[in-house]
Structures are given as structure tokens and as C-alpha cells.
Design a protein around this ligand. Structure first.
Ligand SMILES: [Zn+2]
Length: 648
């Protein structure tokens, strides 16, 4: 996920395989295709093949965010058959699972805000019950089975309380003609639209049949259609085993446009060309990523550009990244987001954090990998600017946690808390800084060999922090006789002294330019004419703390920051306008428009927090009352907390 989260006051924000594995995978696929033709027994064969890669029973470690007990009975494959009802805004259907049964008398699924209608075990009705409801986790769905039960089926429907689904009216879409639906599963929301064992340690393959209104197209984190069907009936197959938080669905009036034979864009009609131009480097990104850490394991890498209420920058749903339209700046300047989501195809989707306490293993590695892709494609300057922005985010995050320093450890303890509490700059940017420091200590060549072997060794499995530390010791540190303070980095608060120093000449120039403009009370546009988005962001974020209103006005007049078409520059400028009580150029109305239109949690929470910090919560609440219905639940959960908002 790409959140880029920054500090909070009360609520925490957010923000390969290599040669001998890949041929094996390809051989499997090839054989399976032949076998399908011969026998048609796809499901059983696939689950059989991949079960070898799934964790065997008793390998699952304790998981504070799931009621399931996979050591007793674990799901291995899902057949989903659902109807997407836009009129009533519910999903209705059945979820059938093949299970690995360790002679259990009960299997437990996670469910939240679902209506469970009927449950069957091996085709016959069976008893079930919903346990006590927990605000974060929902309820355990306990299903009676026999010690040889192989399959269970749950007939269910979603309710209006579901947190994963966001139903959009036509006017909330870009083209404003048809409704839209998308899901967001991470961290523990898949259970609000599918009853499931919702732990990242679970890995399942899935097939799905999805019925939607005939003028709309459905796409999933699976093999996808490229054109609409006449009857609105779609079938999907995800042949590689994934964790449940990566099951995703989007339904809308969308089209597909290929970039290469394995990359392309889904978007609403008026957005397709823009997105295609913006993301035209996608094939090069995949090629650079493969050159770094091994073959891409998921065959297809497409991106769907969603309506602006999508709560994240991007979500790395396998084969189909979900992305916010706010990264389309017109100059490819924000496409590091695509590099980030692509990197998750290795760190996250291929090698997955075992619990949300180990979230840094997903995000720290992904930011590191993202920076390496950006460096390979666009050079060190660009990568270092991105890393420096992350370093500033980290500084602010650590400051925001000064009362709760345990939250600045990489390995967290989120038992009893929402996993979203750990989705902040610590996992992303401290995780990155740890890996970059390791790289600089060991040397890039050795570090790359280590990372490649890490992805290869743990492909299609989950890993927790202690297992990673053991692997690091054995395969990098002891092997090359390197001394490194790994435990201090992972288990202590704050940042150790041996951190890598990230410098950027370009940012130093930006800082000098700010000083010059303020000192001379004039703006010399020749100094800024070649600036990239990252330089502009650094410029705005690094105004002197006591900047005068006339200097804010001078910058706005010279660079029209209030009306920036670049959402990132606009967002940091709005934050500064609130911080420094600047009201020129009709900026207040622009901020309100922005908050009503955009639902990206990082952006809107940054602005709401600025209001709160500056004792303008009443202004924020007046806007939030108008904007809230446009936001996804992950965004409202956060902003409710920031503003102390209570639903009537
Ligand atoms: Zn991410």
C-alpha cells in the first residue's frame, strides 16, 4: 500500500524468485494448462500443487487479528459466486472453500457485518454460530464439520455497515454516468465482504463468478477480462496462492488499454488515455524490477485508476494494482507510486508479513525496492529526493509519537488495536532506512544477492520478524562476517546512530533558494524553472516556521500554488496555508473543494490535522460534514478520530 503517512496527534495515521524457482513455476503452469485441457480438474489440481507451498498445519503462529484457528482447519481454495446489486448496495452469494482438515470438529472463519444465511459441509447443511462481536475484529463464524470434511459453503450477503466496499453514485465517478464499486481488503476488511480466515498467514487460490449490471465491467485481483460481456457475467481465476487481504473487486463503466503484452490500464473512458500516457513506463518498471530481484511471478501487471474517493495512493492487489487518480500529474512525476505497488509483487504479495505486527516487512522492503526501481529508471538524484522526503516524514512521525515511543519500533505489538495503527511512516521509512543502512554496511553487491535469495527462499509464504532476523544473520551478516546492530533497529524505539545519511544536492539548492527569496522579498523564476514535483514539495514543506503572510502571498502570486493541478503540491501548500493563517487567492474555498472531492486518506488527514493543530477544528468539522459521505471507511475511521467526530 502506498500511504506516505505522516505524524498524528491522537490517532495514528497511515500512510523472487530467481532462476531455479521460476522455471519450476512455469513448468507447473504449462503442465496445468495441459492437464486442464485433458481433465478440466483445475481447482483440485491447483490447490494440490500450491498446498505444497502453503504453510503446513501447525506452522501458523498466533495471530491477534483473526479468530481463525488454521492449525486445526485451514481454507486452501475459494470458489466465490456473487451478485453485485447496485440498487440495494449489497453483495449476495456464496463462498465455497476447500479445506485442509486436521481432524477438526469445527472450522472458524472471520466475519464482520455479514448476514450469514446458511452453511453447508460437503454439500449438506451444517450447524453454525456467530460468536461475540468485537469492534475491530467482528465475529468468529464457527462451523461444525466432521474430521474428514473437505469443503464448506457459506451463503451470505453484505450489509450497509460493510467497511471494505465503497459504493459510488454516478456523480462521484469521473464520467458521472454509471455507479461504481471498489473493495479495499487490507488490513482486516476482507471479512466485511467475504466470510473468510482473514489472516495474512492464510494463502489461497480462488475462482470467482461475479454478476454485475450489463453496462458495467468487473475486474478482480485475478485473470481479468479486457472487454465487457453482453450479460454482465464475469469469471475469474487467481492461480497463485494469495493472502485474503489481497482479494479485490472493482465494478464500473471501465475500459482497458494495453501498454505492453503484460501491462495495461483500466479506467473510466475519459481517464484511459491520460492514465495510459502517465503510466507508459510501466513495462520498463517491470523489466527493471526483474533485473534487480528476479522474475515477476504474477504474469500480468495492470493498474486500475479508480474514482478520487479511493482511500489510498495505491493498493497492490496482485495482477491489478488499484490506484488513486491523484497521482496523474500530467508529467509522470508521481509515478513512484506505481514502482511501489509493483515492488509489492515481491515484498508483500510473494513474501508476506505473517501478522500485522510485522507490517514493516511488507512496507520497508517495498520502499527500498521502489527506490531501487526509481534509481534504475530515472537516476540517483530522483531516488534520493524521494528518500529525503521520506526521511522528513519519518522525522515528523517520530516527533508525533514522543508520548508513545513504542510505536516507533519496527516490530509492533498491535494486539487489541486496529492494524491501521501501524500503517505509518515507521513501517515505511524507518524500514527503508534500516535496509539502506544495511546495504551501505554490507555493500550493494552482497546485499542484492541476499535480497534476491530472500525473495526466492520465501516465495509464496509468510515471514515474521524473528524468522527474518535469523535469515539475515545466516545469509548476510555471519556469512560475510559483518557486525550490525539489527536488534537495535528492529526492537528499539527511534533511529540508531549508524543510520545512512541521505543527501540530495537538489534539495540543498531548494533550501538556499527559499532563504534567498525570503531575504530579498523577490522571486527569481529562473531558479525554479526546471524544478520537479519533488523539489516543489520540498520547497513548500520547508518554509521558515515564522514565514510572514506577505511571503506566502508572494509565493502564491509567483507560482499559483493555490491552483496547482498537482495534487501533492496542492496538498502540502494547503497544509502550509492553514499553518500560517494564509487566506489569499481564495485558498479556503480551494481547500474545501479538495477535501470534498478527494478521499485519499494521507492527503485529507494531513489537512484535517493541520486544522486541528491550529485550533480550527470547527472549520474542519464544517467541511467534514459535507465531505464525509464521499470517503471510504478507512478514511472516515481515521478522520473521525482526528476531529473527534461522532456519528449521530
Ligand atoms: Zn506499500
Amino acid at each position: 500500500m502506498y500511504t506516505n503517512f505522516r505524524h498524528v496527534l491522537f490517532i495514528i495515521d497511515f500512510k523472487r524468485k530467481t532462476t531455479n524457482f521460476v522455471p519450476l513455476f512455469k513448468i507447473l503452469k504449462f503442465d496445468m494448462k495441459k492437464i486442464i485441457l485433458l481433465s478440466g480438474c483445475l481447482i483440485i489440481l491447483l490447490s494440490g500443487c500450491y498446498n505444497k507451498k502453503s504453510a503446513p498445519a501447525s506452522d501458523y503462529i498466533e495471530e491477534p487479528h483473526s479468530f481463525s484457528k488454521p492449525n486445526e482447519a485451514a481454507i486452501t481454495h475459494l470458489d466465490l459466486d456473487i451478485n453485485v446489486d447496485f440498487d440495494n448496495e449489497i453483495i449476495h452469494g456464496k463462498a465455497s472453500y476447500l479445506i485442509k482438515n486436521n481432524k477438526a470438529s469445527q472450522i472458524i472463519l472471520d466475519s464482520k457485518f455479514l448476514t450469514i444465511e446458511k452453511v453447508q459441509a460437503d454439500g449438506k447443511d451444517t450447524a453454525f454460530s456467530l460468536g461475540d462481536f468485537d469492534e475491530q475484529l467482528g465475529s468468529p463464524l464457527k462451523i461444525d464439520i466432521n474430521n474428514d470434511t473437505k469443503q464448506i459453503t457459506v451463503f451470505y450477503k453484505t450489509t450497509h455497515k460493510t467497511e471494505a466496499l465503497q459504493w459510488l453514485k454516478p456523480q462521484q465517478t469521473t464520467d458521472k454516468k454509471h455507479p461504481f464499486l471498489f473493495t479495499q481488503g487490507q488490513a482486516i476488511l476482507t471479512r466485511t465482504w467475504i466470510p473468510i480466515q482473514d489472516s495474512p498467514q492464510i494463502r489461497i487460490t480462488y475462482n470467482a463468478k461475479v454478476k454485475v449490471p450489463s453496462q458495467l465491467m468487473a475486474v478482480m485481483s485475478a485473470e481479468n477480462p479486457k472487454t465487457k460481456t453482453p450479460d454482465g457475467q464475469y469469471t475469474f481465476k487467481m492461480a497463485q496462492p494469495i493472502s485474503p487481504y489481497l482479494i479485490a473487486l472493482a465494478v464500473g463503466d471501465i475500459e482497458y488499454k494495453a501498454i505492453s503484452n503484460r501491462t495495461g490500464i483500466y479506467a473510466e473512458k475519459s481517464m484511459v488515455e491520460k492514465a495510459h500516457d502517465e503510466f507508459s513506463d510501466m513495462e520498463n518498471m517491470v523489466a527493471s524490477a526483474e533485473a534487480l530481484y528476479g522474475t515477476y511471478a504474477w504474469e500480468q501487471f495492470d493498474v486500475i485508476v479508480l474514482p478520487p474517493s479511493f482511500p489510498f495512493g495505491g493498493m497492490e492487489n496482485p495482477r491489478l494494482t488499484f490506484a488513486t487518480p491523484t497521482v496523474i500529474a500530467g508529467d509522470k512525476s508521481l509515478t513512484s507510486l506505481i514502482a511501489h505497488e509493483l515492488a509489492h509483487s515481491w515484498s508483500g504479495n510473494l513474501v508476506t508479513n505473517a501478522t500485522w505486527d510485522d507490517f514493516w516487512l511488507n512496507e520497508g522492503f517495498t520502499v527500498y525496492f521502489e527506490m531501487r526501481i526509481m534509481e534504475a529508471l530515472y537516476g540517483k538524484d530522483r531516488a534520493n529526493m524521494l528518500a529525503r522526503i521520506g526521511r522528513q516524514d519519518l522525522e515528523e512521525e517520530i516527533e508525533s509519537f514522543k508520548e508513545t515511543p513504542d510505536d516507533t519500533k519496527l516490530k509492533l505489538n498491535l494486539k487489541g488495536r486496529n492494524p491501521d495503527d501501524g500503517m505509518n511512516s515507521i513501517a515505511y521509512d524507518k524500514g527503508y532506512l534500516f535496509l539502506r543502512t544495511l546495504e551501505e554496511t554490507a555493500g550493494r553487491e552482497k546485499f542484492d544477492v541476499f535480497l534476491k535469495s530472500y525473495f526466492q527462499k520465501h516465495a509464496f509464504s509468510t515471514i515474521h520478524t524473528e524468522k527474518f532476523v535469523a535469515f539475515l544473520n545466516e545469509n548476510l551478516l555471519e556469512k560475510h562476517d559483518i557486525t550490525f546492530n539489527t536488534n537495535e533497529w528492529i526492537y528499539n524505539a527511534g533511529i540508531p546512530d549508524n543510520q545512512a545519511i541521505i543527501s540530495s544536492d537538489k534539495f540543498e539548492t531548494v533550501e538556499k533558494t527559499i532563504q534567498q527569496f525570503v531575504k530579498t522579498n523577490t522571486v527569481d523564476k529562473t531558479l525554479t524553472k526546471d524544478w520537479t514535483t519533488q523539489e516543489w514539495v520540498h520547497f513548500v514543506r520547508n518554509f521558515p516556521n515564522d514565514i510572514k503572510t506577505e511571503h506566502m502571498a508572494m509565493f502564491d502570486e509567483a507560482f499559483n500554488l493555490t491552483n496547482s493541478n498537482n495534487s501533492y503540491i496542492a496538498m502540502v501548500w494547503y497544509e502550509q496555508a492553514i499553518n500560517h493563517d494564509y487566506h489569499g487567492n481564495d485558498v479556503d474555498a480551494k481547500i474545501e473543494d479538495f477535501l470534498i472531492k478527494v478521499g485519499r486518506r494521507w492527503y485529507v488527514s494531513t489537512i484535517y490535522k493541520a486544522f486541528k493543530r491550529n485550533d480550527k477544528t470547527d472549520v474542519a468539522l464544517a467541511i467534514y460534514n459535507k465531505a464525509r459521505s464521499n470517503y471510504h471507511a478507512v478514511t472516515t475511521n481515521t478522520v473521525d478520530g482526528i476531529l473527534g467526530y461522532k456519528q449521530e
